[in-house]
Design a protein around this ligand. Sequence first.
Ligand code: ATP
Length: 237
Amino acid sequence: MNNGLPIDRRSEQAYGYVLETSGLTKSFTQGGATIDVLRGVDLAIAPGEIVALLGPSGSGKSTLLQAVGLLEGGFQGSIKIAGTEASKLNAHERTVVRRDSLGFVYQFHHLLPDFNATENVVLPQLVHGATRAEADARSAELLTQLRLGHRLTHRPSQLSGGEQQRVAVARALANKPALVLADEPTGNLDEHTADIVFAEFVRLVREQGTAALVATHNERLAARMDRVFRLHEGRLA
Ligand SMILES: Nc1ncnc2c1ncn2[C@@H]1O[C@H](COP(=O)(O)OP(=O)(O)OP(=O)(O)O)[C@@H](O)[C@H]1O
């Protein structure tokens, strides 16, 4: 199946996909019953593409993001991140792929409460090998682009919901990942704030040439992305 493959395959030849899955399956067993959540998901995302992942509640959007984010095991099938087959990697190698190639944005910001905005964006860069000066400069640049230049030393509890999510976006993009995985990134915000934060997210992702896979219930946001994947009965339609 070619569900979700771009029509223009020239991009594949030029760059390779940042994310490619084939035959991805995942089942949960709960109370003796087995739920087949993913039943053979085939998808491919080219560099720089922004793709919506739509599907009703419980259709498996988060499960799919956890799989391709190499956050959970127990999947069958192939996941390739920037050409690397994840099933062949050990735990340390998966951590390196996550650190070097992926960024994550969640519905709730998951910022470290005792660190300020800058420090939250600096930390993943230090783990990635940047110097403190480099990381500080990159954090200030990103946070300023996200209109948070006047909030650099505020802690998460001193920021509004929209500001917290913008820090989370900056953190996800800090190491210039090939792909950002976002699970309802604006789902916790009111409609107006969600629109603004989402527009900023898209603008920054495009500027950086980063690809994004964004799980959402929001058809309006989905319409602003390059393509839409719909998860239905465990497959993409
Ligand atoms: N750890 C688990 N154990 C058992 N069942 C699970 C587990 N995690 C998820 N599920 C089930 O898998 C299905 C898919 O869940 P998932 O969270 O991926 O859906 P979703 O599309 O992200 O939903 P929502 O839009 O409500 O966040 C649901 O029926 C859920 O109950």
